[in-house]
Design a protein around this ligand. Structure first.
Ligand code: NAD
Length: 500
């Protein structure tokens, strides 16, 4: 990838110093930077080297309480005075600032999450696009009039919910923040965001940008810190009116229990084990290319990763030969070098992924490529994992049933019937995304109906942008983000009716 001179300079600075100038290190509460009440701080590690490069404030219940109060004050005060069109202008200005600061945002994202620089730049562009989309939507969320007859009137109105809490994971720190914050603000709410423990930087940079764009103090607050110390008090806080939680199934269950205390509205975006179904008539080259991207992008750390290949027996061998040849050719490199595949987020995740693969080996599963922890060949450091393909797994195999969250593809073979493919696809507790590759339009449509998933991608995995609603069913959670659905999700519907 050709880099601009300014980006190359930032990368050089990050490589030489381990960090860049623009990185915030404190919470952002009520329009101000501040330390934790107890002075707590956490080191942030570069997963590409395994070394900490900055310390950031790590908050607790007291900081969360201050942030929620600041958000409540903004919601009742300055935000209540902003007309929807003005909110739209402020979101558009935020989008422009995100684009203007794309390079430092992307470098900070890569340093803390490990992802390739070009993926981080893509995430930043996506975040800007998210703010643009909702900028144009602020003044288009309107209710209806209801035909109650000549003696009555009736109408509906969408009202903001109040304080929207966002709990964000580490795999898409900025994009997940953007897809929650933009519609929440668009609908007239105030936001308190708790980034994931290892990746607070871009959420804090976003706070600075929104402030600069003109959002009133308290409209957007960020409290960094761990899930236990900062996340738990946020989701249990009585001043929070809506929770969007994006993370693992186990934590989502804990968040749902906490939300019950105050009957807080909740959207859960949890994990996935999404199937990519390849029928015998699929365009082989296209499908191989797409399956590679579906599992190896961001080193497989994507909730909607195509982590299972459900393939027709007739195509199985030629497909796997091509796929594994391509997978073996993927180089491993620090995200800032922007080539091949980056690291996993931590040593813990690396060991977890490897545990699944080594147990599979012991069960006699064919490891067709990869299958070992690795380092950046340039430095001998970092939490990398080889692109891995596990072949011909049984439907109840743990590598089929559990989210590995790494570059490990689980292959399941079917004999040709669409029903069998759909049954395999639906055979886990998750139901987030699915892919279908075929030249047969009717088969694609039948599978799109038969597969239980929040979104089905036909002949292009990850197709669609901010316009396409996103979310899961069953163990993948409930509620929808993105699209116009998200605006309604951050709003309360009120019906007003009476006699004339
Ligand atoms: P995680 O559940 O460990 O953490 C997610 C967030 O929850 C973090 O900010 C964490 O600090 C916080 N948290 C932890 N304990 C908490 C508690 N008791 N109360 C409140 N907050 C708490 O998940 P992770 O390891 O950061 O992310 C990976 C998981 O997220 C995977 O399962 C992945 O599939 C899922 N994910 C889902 C989506 C989606 O849109 N469906 C998107 C990205 C990631």
């Amino acid at each position: 990838m050709g880099m601009s001179a300014s980006l190359a300079a930032l990368v050089k600075q990050a490589q030489q110093r381990g960090g860049i100038d623009a990185m915030p290190q404190q919470h952002f509460i009520g329009g101000q930077w501040c330390e934790s009440a107890d002075g707590g701080r956490l080191p942030i590690e570069d997963p590409g080297t395994g070394r900490p490069f900055i310390e950031v404030a790590a908050g607790g219940a007291e900081d969360i309480d201050r942030a929620v109060r600041a958000a409540q004050a903004a919601f009742r005060g300055a935000l209540a005075q902003l007309i929807p069109a003005e909110r739209g202008r402020l979101l558009l200005r935020a989008a422009q600032l995100i684009r203007a600061r794309a390079e430092p945002l992307a470098v900070a994202e890569t340093l803390s999450s490990g992802k390739r620089l070009s993926e981080s730049l893509g995430d930043v562009a996506g975040a800007a696009r998210t703010f643009e989309y909702y900028a144009g939507a602020c003044d288009k969320l309107h209710g209806e009039t209801l035909p109650l007859g000549p003696r009555h009137f009736g109408r509906t109105v969408w009202e903001p919910v109040g304080v929207a809490a966002q709990i964000v994971p580490w795999n898409y720190p900025l994009s997940t923040a953007a897809r929650g914050v933009a519609p929440a603000l668009a609908a007239g709410n105030a936001v308190v965001l708790k980034p994931a423990d290892p990746t607070p930087l871009t959420a804090l940079m976003l706070a600075a940008l929104l402030h600069e764009a003109g959002w009133p103090a308290g409209a957007f607050n960020v409290v960094a810190g761990t899930g236990a110390a900062a996340g738990a008090p946020l989701v249990a806080h009585g001043g929070v009116d809506h929770i969007t939680f994006t993370g693992s199934l186990a934590t989502g269950q804990a968040v749902m229990r906490a939300a019950a205390t105050h009957v807080t509205r909740l959207v859960l975006e949890l994990g996935g084990k999404s199937p990519v179904i390849v029928l015998a008539d699929a365009d082989l080259e296209l499908a191989v290319e797409q399956v590679l991207g579906a599992i190896f992008e961001n080193a497989g750390q994507i909730c909607s990763a195509g982590s299972r290949l459900v393939i027709a027996r007739a195509l199985h061998e030629p497909f796997l030969e091509r796929l594994c040849a391509r997978a073996r050719a993927i180089t491993l490199a620090h995200g800032l070098r922007d080539e091949g595949m980056g690291p996993l987020i931590s040593q813990v995740q690396q060991a977890r992924a490897d545990g699944f693969v080594q147990r599979a080996r012991l069960r006699g599963v064919a490891v067709r490529c990869g299958g070992r922890p690795a380092t950046d060949p340039a430095t001998g450091a970092g939490w990398f994992y080889e692109p891995t393909v596990l072949d011909a797994l049984a439907p109840d195999d743990e590598c089929v049933q559990h989210e590995i969250f790494g570059p490990v593809l689980a292959v399941q073979v079917f004999d040709g019937e669409l029903e069998e493919a759909a049954a395999l696809a639906n055979g886990t507790r998750y139901a987030l995304a699915a892919g279908v590759f075929t030249r047969d339009l009717s088969a694609a449509e039948r599978l799109a109906r038969a597969v239980d998933a929040g979104q089905v991608f036909v002949n292009e995995y990850f197709a669609g942008g901010i316009e396409l609603p996103f979310g899961g069913n069953r163990g993948s959670g409930f509620g929808r983000e993105k699209g116009m659905e998200a605006l309604r999700s951050y709003s309360k519907l009120k019906g007003v009716a009476g006699r004339l």
